[in-house]
Every structure is written in C-alpha cells, then in structure tokens.
Write a protein that binds this ligand. Structure first.
Ligand code: NAD
Ligand code: UDP
Length: 318
C-alpha cells in the first residue's frame, strides 16, 4: 500500500537515496532539509516527480503542517562527518536532540511510525569487537566528538521514551560507515577525501599511522536494511547496519588506488582526538531479524563512487 513518508535530511547523501527507493516503491515522499551539509542537487532529478516534494526547514524548530499526516517518518537530518559536525558543535547537539524530539512529537500527533538514523558512534572507541547492539559503548562525554555521539545517544533515549510512555512505534538503526555516490565531495570523510584526492592526482591524507579500522557499507545495501526494519511489524531495534568488511585506513588507501587505477601516494596527518581505533558491526541481529545481507564488495562500491566523483570534477573543470 502506498504510504505518505517524511524524510528529514532528505537532500543529504543517504537521505536522497532513501527518497529514490521510497518513490520506486510507489510511496509519496516529502523531504525536509536546511541544506547544512546536503544540497538541492542531490534531489534535482526528483523535483519534477509527481509524488515528491522538498521543503526547506531546520529540524531544531517544530515541524510545519506539511500538508497533512504522515504514515512513516524517517529522521536522518544531522551533519554526519566529523569536520562538519564539529564545525558548530552546539548546532549539532541541538539538531540531534531537538530534531529527534520534534520528529517524535510529529509521529505521535500523526500516529506515524518513526525511524531513527542512529550511529555506530554510540559505541564510541569500543572495547568490545565486533560491536553487538548489547554493548553499551565507551564515549568520551567531554571530547570534540561528543556533540554528535551524545546527541545520537540522547536521540535513541528519546525514541525509547516516546515508545514506552507515549506508545509511538519506533525503529532504530545504528549505521556503520556508509559511502556511495552523492556524498558531498567536501564532506571530509575518509572515502570522499581519498577518492577526490586520488582522482585529482593529489596525495591521500592518512590520519595517524593508518592502522585504525572501519567497515564500509555501500549506500544501496544500507537502504535495503532501512526498508527491512521499517516494514517489520514489531521490531524496534536498535539494529546494526553495515558490513563486516573491516579494513585499516592504509588498506583503504590501496583499494582506492585500485579503484581509480593509480598507485596512491600518502601524506601523513595527525590522528584527530578520540578517533576510534577499530569498528566493525556484529550483524547477527540484522541477519536473524531482518534477513539483512550486504552485497556490494568494497572494490565494486568504490568504482561506482569514483565514477560519481569523476563526473563532479569534470563538471567543475568544464
Ligand atoms: P549528510 O550530511 O549528507 O546528510 C545529513 C542531511 O541533514 C543533510 O542534507 C543536511 O543538510 C541535513 N541537516 C543537517 N542539520 C539539519 C537541520 N538542523 N535541519 C534540517 N536538516 C538538517 O550525511 P549522511 O551521511 O547522509 O547521514 C544521514 C544520517 O545518517 C545522519 O543522521 C547521520 O548521523 C546518519 N549516519 C550516517 C552514517 C554514514 O556513514 N553515512 C553513519 C552513521 C550515521
Ligand atoms: N581519515 C583519514 N584521512 C582522511 C579522513 C579520515 O585517514 O582524509 C580516517 C579518520 O581518522 C578515521 C577514519 O579515516 O580513522 C574514518 O574517518 P571518517 O571521518 O570517514 O569517519 P568516522 O571517524 O566517523 O568513522
């Protein structure tokens, strides 16, 4: 049955792919965004779509009327890359906390199901590896990443309180590092930095000694997990989504070199404060409850993402 869906952060990297997928499944989609890190170009191909609309709004403010009730509310609005969420940390905390509060209030008023895009950052610099959902995390409340990590932890907490005390149906995912076309080239995350640097013939900026690990998920696989959880009749989560392909950043640099067909040159930069040393999801729950299985190998996903960035660079130089 076609549903009326609200996607906050719908002009962002992940949000725009979610809008595509919901429209392809015949739903009606309203994307809400203030373009802090996202852009109109991410949804430019949708503006003429009869079931799509885009509204400029800052989720720190209560949501406007938006033409009636929603069935599903996907809450993604929040800067996600460390340089961007640390640019104005108070903005980030307030976006994470007030944005979730306003989304939940709207879900309660509409009787909508609410989806929370939480993060592996709730595990901080984890002492348990890989990370199952039962792990409570190791976050430095005082560090420069806390605005995001603690904001997202509070977001989960608000979801559970609205669920338990006000009967709102919630779905929580913890997203591990995801990449793909439509990442902002100036995003500052490692995949976009390395690909843009490699394509421009620049040295790749390796932070620290490059031995820290991450597990990278192609965006299509992530969206598949979103829809599986949101369609589930009862599962609240949290559910980890990502892949188990764990790489050091040094290995990632080599993979990026292979994807663009050039041996990478590395330049070392200091490791940022509180940078997690390792990260890989335990996907047992996602598999058991959702039948989730990420399919895209890193090599393939990087080639597809490199093609997107190459087109952006070509546009810039035209
Ligand atoms: P993104 O920066 O591309 O998208 C975030 C979107 O939210 C942007 O369009 C931005 O303009 C919008 N936004 C930010 N603050 C806002 C505000 N106050 N009001 C309205 N809109 C606002 O990042 P993304 O990678 O697409 O991340 C989407 C969501 O997924 C975020 O909530 C992020 O925390 C979560 N997440 C992403 C990853 C990842 O690896 N991509 C990992 C963990 C969690
Ligand atoms: N990183 C790097 N070079 C860059 C950007 C990031 O070596 O140009 C490292 C960063 O220190 C971290 C990892 O890559 O260890 C992933 O960083 P990202 O910002 O993509 O995500 P997060 O730290 O939030 O997982």
């Amino acid at each position: 049955m076609p549903l009326r869906c609200l996607v906050t952060g719908g002009a962002g990297f992940v949000g725009s792919h979610l809008c595509d997928r919901l429209l392809a499944e015949d739903h009606e989609v309203l994307a809400l965004d203030n373009f802090y890190t996202g852009s109109r170009r991410n949804v430019a191909h949708l503006v003429e779509h009869p079931r799509f609309s885009l509204v400029e709004h800052d989720v720190r403010q209560p949501f406007p009327a938006l033409g009636g009730r929603f069935d599903w509310i996907f809450h993604l609005a929040c800067p996600a890359s460390p340089p961007h969420y640390q640019r104005d940390p108070v903005f980030t905390s307030m976006t994470a906390v007030l944005g979730t509060l306003h989304g939940l209030e709207r879900a309660e008023a509409d009787g909508a199901r609410f989806f929370q895009a939480s993060t592996s950052e709730v595990y901080g610099d984890p002492e348990v590896h890989p990370q199952p959902e039962s792990y409570k995390g190791s976050v430095n409340t005082l560090g420069p990443r806390a605005c995001y990590d603690e904001g997202k932890r509070m977001g989960e907490s608000l979801c559970m309180d609205f669920h338990r005390s006000r009967g709102v149906e919630v779905r929580i995912v913890r997203i591990f590092n995801t990449y793909g076309p439509r990442m902002n080239p100036e995003d500052g995350r490692v995949v976009s930095n390395f690909l843009m640097q490699a394509l421009r013939g620049e040295a790749l900026t390796l932070y620290g000694d490059g031995s820290q690990t991450r597990s990278f998920c192609f965006v299509d696989d992530l969206i598949d997990g979103f829809l599986r959880l949101m369609s589930h009749p009862t599962e609240v989560g949290p559910v980890n989504l990502g892949t188990e392909f764990e790489f050091t950043m040094r290995e990632l640099a080599l993979e990026v070199g292979r994807a663009v067909g050039k041996a990478p040159v590395l330049v070392h930069r200091p490791l940022p404060a509180d940078d997690p040393t390792q990260r890989r999801p335990d996907l047992s729950r996602a598999r058991a409850v959702l039948g989730y299985e990420p399919r895209t190998p890193l090599a393939e996903g990087l080639v597809r993402t490199a093609a997107y960035f190459a087109a952006r660079i070509e546009e810039e130089t035209r």
